[in-house]
Design a protein around this ligand. Structure first.
Ligand SMILES: [Zn+2]
Length: 89
């Protein structure tokens, strides 16, 4: 029988500033993403991109699953990467 590890104390969102800065800074096209549709992994620069007045849609080059959507709005830029299982920067 193993003893469960103690749960860490919760912190406010400011504690994520450092790790998030490392993820959100730099050239995102060199990041490697895993497609949650087919499991392919590739740099985002190898994906297929469609740009319209509505926004930018980044699709997997292997299966066309939507990896990332970026929409520029008056109140800021909104990004969804829910089509990626993970992204390595
Ligand atoms: Zn795919």
């Amino acid at each position: 029988m193993t003893t469960p590890l103690p749960r860490p104390l919760p912190l406010d969102g400011n504690a994520a500033a450092g790790p998030l800065a490392g993820v959100l800074a730099g050239d995102a096209t060199t990041a490697v993403a895993r497609c949650s549709g087919c499991g392919a992994t590739a740099v985002l620069a190898a994906a297929v991109v469609f740009r319209t007045a509505m926004g930018t849609v980044v699709r997997c080059a292997s299966c066309e699953h939507v990896l990332v959507v970026v929409v520029e709005r008056p109140d800021g830029t909104v990004m969804s990467a829910r089509g990626c299982s993970w992204v390595r920067v």
